[in-house]
Design a protein around this ligand. Structure first.
Ligand code: SF4
Length: 362
């Protein structure tokens, strides 16, 4: 089925239609880092008419996890008797002075897992250890992450906890669109986030800022169709949220997943790395689950964060600069030696440009 959405001819037809209807410059943000990578990988940014600028948004969970939480993860993982578990990308994210890989290299028990449930199983098998899962991500990962906490509580597994770094898209959209420096005129809303949350909550944002949005998937044809819908609205002056990813998204989303989220999490202010605090942009565990909150359980004190002085990832995440405008891009910052989180992740904009854009790194 996916072949259809990678069909060269269909992609070219939609690109031709975008070219046909575009009469002036438009700046469109894809909020999701997965979309940024697909755009760069397939070279779609080079096939669009030059009037269409794609601005890369802050939708990479690895990139926006705050430095303070990365440093807390490192401090917890360095403790005796702790097994620290995380998705793989987080191990290479630079903290203030080291990363989780360095903790592992120094003898810490840091393990890569593919799900929170896998981390919970590790806790079941190691009752004499404290097992911590680094729960990062947007709305997409929130239900699967938090279900591990629900299971831990229901099964009486007390040696499991989650270091929570869940973030939400709508407050980030408000922050971007409300900024005096904003250049975004249209949005591609992330298909996987909308598969969980639907897209009703984007409708008032679109109207408030007069910015059209298209819910968009991740294959080349998904992306060109999302861009086409957005350009159609921009050219005609219509402001709506249109669904260009109907095979994965409904307006209401997944109500069961939303219930799990709202039963276990409550909104909180959250710091986004490189961007700063965005009010009510995160979720934290509700009081009923506080025994499973690693921040409360470990009370890691004396975290003094120190961000790289060279890295301009914050400006890139806000769409104000492109990765190649960073003086460190490709030299000395590379995926093998990342100076910032956006060069680490499989969803980070700097890594996408490094891997796919035709830029001389020498
Ligand atoms: S190239 Fe490296 S140093 Fe520059 S913004 Fe990207 S991650 Fe930061």
């Amino acid at each position: 089925m996916l072949d259809q959405f990678r069909d060269k001819q269909l992609v070219q037809q939609s690109l031709a239609e975008i070219r046909r209807i575009t009469t002036r410059p438009w700046a469109i943000m894809e909020i999701c880092g997965g979309q940024t990578h697909a755009i760069m990988q397939y070279g779609l940014h080079e096939l669009l008419p030059q009037e269409i600028e794609l601005i890369h948004g802050p939708g990479c969970p690895v990139c926006v996890t705050s430095l303070e939480l990365v440093d807390k993860a490192i401090a917890i993982a360095s403790k005796e008797n702790v097994i620290f578990t995380s998705y793989g990308d987080m191990l290479r994210v630079p903290g203030s002075s080291q990363d989780l890989f360095a903790v592992k290299a120094g003898g810490g028990d840091v393990r890569v897992v593919y799900s929170a449930i896998e981390a919970l199983h590790i806790a079941e098998k190691n009752p004499d250890k404290e097992v911590v899962f680094f729960g990062i991500g947007f709305e997409t990962t929130a239900p699967a992450n938090v279900i591990s906490v629900v299971k831990a509580k229901n099964q009486g597994i007390r040696n499991y906890s989650m270091l929570v770094s869940q973030v939400c898209v709508p407050p980030a959209m408000h922050a971007i669109l409300g900024s005096p420096a904003n250049r975004v005129q249209g949005f591609l809303a992330a298909g996987h986030v909308c598969a969980v949350m639907g897209y009703r909550e984007y409708e008032p944002i679109a109207q408030q800022y007069r910015v059209p949005m298209a819910v968009t998937g991740f294959e080349p044809l998904d992306l060109t169709l999302g861009i086409l819908e957005t350009v159609k609205m921009l050219e005609s002056g219509q402001v709506e949220v249109r669904n260009a990813y109907t095979r994965g998204v409904t307006r209401d989303g997944n109500l069961i997943a939303q219930k799990i989220i709202h039963d276990c999490f409550e909104p909180c202010d959250r710091n986004w790395r490189g961007i700063g605090m965005i009010p009510m942009s995160g979720w934290k565990l509700k009081d009923a689950y506080r025994d499973f909150d690693a921040e409360l359980k470990f009370q890691v004190q004396d975290i003094q964060t120190r961000e790289s002085e060279i890295c301009i990832a914050g400006q890139i995440l806000q769409g104000l600069k492109k990765p190649y405008e960073c003086p460190a891009f490709g030299k000395p910052c590379t995926p093998q030696n990342p100076l910032g989180a956006t060069m680490v992740s499989s969803e980070g904009a700097c890594a996408a440009y490094y891997l796919y854009a035709r830029i001389d790194h020498e």
